[in-house]
Design a protein around this ligand. Structure first.
Ligand code: NAD
Length: 265
């Protein structure tokens, strides 16, 4: 299937490592032109060089902290100006600290930070990108969230509340933008092998006084597919949602989770 991504211009946020990096690589392999952002130029340059070498795609790098509204606007506008258009936005960021109410029973600061990192960054990236999509009457927004968006977790309280907000935001936006040829969807990754997952495993091991490998073992037992995902499996699904072929899919929150989410929708 030709995804119809050749010559499309995509902005992939938080793309120096992990899920964002995998999505950037997939979009580039399908012929898209890319801008990738993260906070550190050095790791971004290394990721961009790898992607260029393996795909031949044009990849520009923009340093940007997605929690800084002005940074986000500059990064998106610079990208649209450099390539003359912006068709695809993948919103993404790091994850907030793990833990439940026991860890976050005192004070609002961790909550504020999590909302800034995972909810408000999605809003500001989208606010900056949608006007460029409107100009061409075509656009794709795919928001990276988490299984915790659909299945709130006692070990991921901060993530759970911020991601639920993203699902609501993307659903409202999907409804408003559908008539303009712009689709807006969310993806909810399950356990996927990245640095973030090893950080979560380490924290979980520390909380329970067990080895990290025992945490991975427990996760594998709980996942119906009985294994942790490869980031490439996540990226393939995101590339489809960002593609011409997904033109009639909007407002969904799609789990890419090996079956671990127990809810119907
Ligand atoms: P990761 O920690 O491996 O990579 C995160 C990326 O975000 C890095 O490139 C980092 O430089 C960048 N980043 C972090 N904060 C940023 C900021 N303020 N501004 C710009 N860039 C920033 O994480 P990942 O596993 O790739 O996860 C991506 C998202 O998906 C996270 O929000 C994570 O919580 C969520 N998620 C991951 C999993 C998983 O199993 N990996 C599962 C569910 C949800």
């Amino acid at each position: 299937m030709d995804l119809g991504l050749k010559n499309r211009v995509a902005f992939v946020a938080a793309a120096s490592t992990g899920l964002g990096r995998a999505v950037a690589g997939r979009l580039a392999a399908e012929g898209a032109t890319l801008a990738i952002c993260a906070r550190s130029r050095q790791t971004l340059e290394a990721a961009a060089e790898e992607i260029r070498a393996s795909t031949g795609a044009t990849v520009s790098v923009v340093t940007c902290d997605v929690t800084h509204e002005a940074d986000v606007r500059r990064a998106i506008d610079e990208t649209a100006e450099r390539f003359g258009r912006l068709d695809i936005l993948i919103t993404n960021a790091g994850g907030p600290p793990s833990g439940g109410f026991a860890q976050f029973a005192d004070g609002l600061e961790p909550y504020r930070k999590a909302l800034e990192l995972n909810l408000l960054s999605t809003v500001s990236l989208t606010q900056a990108a949608v006007p460029h999509m409107r100009r061409n009457g075509w656009g794709r927004v795919v928001a990276v969230t988490s299984l915790s968006a659909k299945q709130p977790s006692t070990s991921l309280l901060l993530s759970s509340i911020a991601r639920a907000g993203v699902l609501a935001f993307t659903k409202v936006l999907a409804t408003e933008l559908a008539r303009e040829g712009i689709t807006v969807n969310s993806v909810c990754p399950g356990f996927t092998l990245t640095e973030r997952l090893s950080e979560l495993a380490e924290a979980e091991a520390g909380r329970n006084g067990i080895e990290m490998e025992a945490v991975y073992e427990q996760w594998r037992r709980d996942i119906p597919a009985k294994r942790i995902a490869d980031p490439a499996e996540f990226a393939d699904v995101v590339a489809f949602l960002a593609s011409e072929r997904a033109s009639y899919v909007t407002g969904v929150a799609l789990a890419i989770d090996g079956g671990i989410i127990k809810s119907l929708y």
